[in-house]
Design a protein around this ligand. Structure first.
Ligand code: ADP
Ligand code: MG
Length: 393
């Protein structure tokens, strides 16, 4: 995915205004009718049409005339709105090279005013599949084409909130810097994903530290749900950093035990295969805790004393509530990065889900409005955007 930030530099005020108008229109339209865009943007002398052409040329919009003449945002268009907002806030001043491609994200370096390099993660929920979305397909049938925008935004907010709360509790995670739309800015982790590491000086110590993190997360009421060699970074001093949090669940989740066991299993398997570790002798030292292990040395979920809801306050402080967590769990089942066939069919929960999906969408709509207010406070400086906004709700 090419993110040509040069384009951003040359986009005019009018172009951002029209781009924002399309984003607004997408609250209620999969494809936003061109006439509606024109009315929301209300540029003089049919200016909107010319601007639409240029946005299309830069691939910030997609044109669709199958049912009526209209446009929708592309990922790139959404990226630019988020980046523009973060630039305006002074979070960073330039976007650099791409440093990671996840299953559902693109990661770039960004540079702050004082030259610090940070990492910017752009969420792309729905790129491969919804991560084992317990298929809201019926529900999303009409909305799925633009639902990625809302879901990616909620995933980013969740990631930001968890990263911040975990950092405050001393977990080895990147430092959360800021978040807008589907974009999270965090400290750049030195080192490599563990999957790329062929040799370690002290595999036993690294293994014990990592299993210790899984246990300590559970003690704090949380399960990572995608805890594996792709989401653990390690530096030259063999210090680890855990990344990638949108699928985390509470230990009170009905499948908590399964997720916990799976996270543990991923680590045991990897260390056994890659570093030939055998385990019985290590688990005593794990976390210095009194957690029991089974006959294979794996810690048992039931023996961990867990504090449910421990982080709720911190999460809510970042704007991510327990309700958001419940909502996003309906969309994202803690699928594993390694498991590409995780796009499962519907379950018995589907019926219950649709009502609260409606609520989710409403909530996300209001979040999006807040974004727009910030972005448009620049693009629309001298204008009566409120009036327009209201008339198209
Ligand atoms: P996904 O959710 O799509 O799997 P991740 O958060 O796991 O995305 O990131 C994908 C890749 O990007 C990682 O494997 C890593 O190589 C890189 N990456 C992510 N976050 C950072 C960071 N803060 N610093 C450096 N590299 C990162
Ligand atoms: Mg990942």
């Amino acid at each position: 995915m090419k993110l040509d930030v040069e384009v951003l530099r040359y986009l005019s005020k009018e172009e951002f205004r029209v781009l924002t108008a399309v984003e607004m229109g997408m609250r209620n339209h999969e494809i936003v009718p061109t006439v509606l865009i024109d009315r929301i943007a209300s540029l003089k002398n049919g200016g909107t049409y010319k601007v639409l052409k240029s946005l299309l040329k830069h691939k910030l919009l997609h044109h669709d005339s199958s049912k009526y003449d209209g446009f929708r945002l592309t990922y790139l268009g959404y990226d630019y709105l988020a980046i523009k907002t973060l630039l305006n806030r002074g979070v960073f001043r330039a976007v650099g090279r791409q440093i990671g491609v996840g299953k559902e994200s693109d990661i770039f370096e960004v540079c702050t005013e004082d030259g610090t390099i940070l990492a910017m993660k752009l969420h792309r929920l729905g790129r491969v599949s919804f991560r084992a979305v317990k298929s809201k397909r019926d529900y999303l049938r009409h909305r799925r084409n633009y639902n990625w925008l809302y879901l990616s935004r909620l995933a980013a907010l969740k990631e930001f909130a968890f990263m911040k709360a975990l950092e405050e509790h001393g977990f080895p995670v990147p430092q959360a810097v800021d978040c807008n739309r589907h974009c999270v800015v965090m400290s750049r982790v030195q080192g490599y994903p563990l999957v790329q590491v062929k040799q370690l000086q002290n595999p036993e110590t690294v293994f014990e530290t990592i299993i210790g993190v899984v246990i300590r997360l559970a003690e704090h009421g949380l399960i990572h749900c995608d805890f594996n060699e792709f989401n653990i970074m390690i530096d030259d001093d063999e210090k680890i950093t855990v990344i990638d949090f949108p699928q985390m669940v509470s230990v009170s989740h009905r499948n908590a035990q399964m997720y916990f066991d799976r996270d543990v299993e991923c680590i045991f398997k990897f260390f056994s295969k890659r570093f030939n570790l055998s385990f019985q002798e290590h688990t005593d030292e794990i976390d210095g805790s009194d957690v029991d292990s089974d006959e294979t040395g794996r810690p048992t979920f039931s023996s961990i004393s867990k504090t449910v809801g421990f982080l709720d306050k911190e999460l809510a402080a970042s704007g991510f509530t327990r309700k958001d967590q419940n909502d996003i769990e309906k969309f994202i089942e803690g699928g594993s990065e390694k498991d590409t066939s995780s796009d499962t069919e519907g379950t018995e929960d589907e019926e219950h889900a649709s009502e609260s999906n409606e609520t989710t969408i409403k909530k996300l709509d209001s979040l999006q409005l807040a974004d727009q207010e910030e972005c448009t406070s620049n693009a629309y400086e001298d204008d009566k955007v409120d009036e327009n906004q209201q008339s198209y709700e």
